[in-house]
Design a protein around this ligand. Structure first.
Ligand SMILES: NC(=O)c1ccc[n+]([C@@H]2O[C@H](COP(=O)([O-])OP(=O)(O)OC[C@H]3O[C@@H](n4cnc5c(N)ncnc54)[C@H](OP(=O)(O)O)[C@@H]3O)[C@@H](O)[C@H]2O)c1
Length: 236
């Protein structure tokens, strides 16, 4: 069996950086994709871990050329914006940086760029994606990516984590951390009253736990074509 080669998009993110670190810790050949203009300090840190840095622009032809030059065995699509970032980025660049154009648009650009390549495409979606098109823009982008994966021919695994939280995000997101504490507290009660399934689906996870789970499900042949819910994404 040929050894795995990971191509990680959204590598500078809270989840992505841990996937890069843990993959390198396991000795996996790892490419961390960064936006060409990114001045992120993670580039140097990834290089120190022995990861390759790739700065292919978000353009279909360029992305296809990069992927075909040294085909990865696994592509991790871990990127996404937030409402506040989308607003700020759209204002600063004059380009649409919405959930639709970033979360849906760039993820499906990456997927299409694979052409006839058949790596495992590991997509970081979200808990709560329904089975019909939702009105909420965040969930709609994820619903539409998931549908594109199901309709495509590239083998995939979809991960649907609940809140990803931890103390060391680049942006503070106090609302997210407070929300996670409140929700986890309430779910603790729900669990104690017998609602274990609900508790396990929606309680928060750390980026490290999630990254370890993403690597496990990526390498597990049984997870090909699977949608893995939050309760199965909390690695010890
Ligand atoms: N946070 C949660 O609680 C949660 C829960 C469930 C699912 N998710 C989903 O999981 C994914 C990862 O979450 P996370 O918290 O790890 O993400 P994060 O820390 O916010 O990182 C986002 C990543 O996306 C990249 N990105 C953002 N806007 C971009 C753009 N316009 N063009 C290119 N790249 C862009 C960022 O690159 P730069 O560093 O260059 O900006 C970064 O690598 C997201 O899709 C998120 O919605 C999140």
């Amino acid at each position: 069996m040929t050894p795995p080669r990971f191509f990680i998009v959204g590598a500078t993110g809270f989840t992505g950086r841990e996937v890069v670190r843990l993959a390198r810790e396991r000795g996996i050949d790892t490419v961390a994709h960064l936006r060409p203009e990114s001045k992120s300090p993670w580039a140097e840190r990834f290089e120190a871990l022995g990861a390759e840095i790739d700065r292919t622009p978000w353009e279909a032809g360029a992305m296809a050329a990069t992927l075909h030059e040294r085909p990865p065995s696994h592509v991790f699509a871990l990127l996404g914006t937030t409402k506040a970032r989308a607003r700020e980025e759209s204002r600063a660049t004059g380009r649409d940086a919405s959930y639709e154009s970033v979360d849906f648009g760039l993820t499906t650009l990456l997927h299409r760029a694979l052409g006839e390549l058949r790596p495992r495409f590991v997509y970081l979606s979200s808990a709560g994606v329904p089975d019909h098109e939702p009105r909420n823009a965040y969930l709609r982008a994820r619903y539409r990516v998931e549908r594109a994966l199901h309709e495509g021919t590239v083998p995939f695994t979809i991960a649907r984590p609940s809140i990803i939280t931890g103390p060391d995000r680049d942006d503070a997101r106090p609302g997210e951390r407070a929300g996670a504490r409140i929700i986890d507290g309430a779910l603790g009660l729900v669990g104690a009253l017998g609602g274990r399934k609900l508790r396990d689906r929606y309680r928060s996870t750390s980026n490290t736990q999630l990254a370890a789970a993403l690597i496990r499900i990526a390498l597990d042949p049984a997870c090909e074509g699977a949608v893995v819910e939050s309760e199965d994404l909390r690695e010890a």
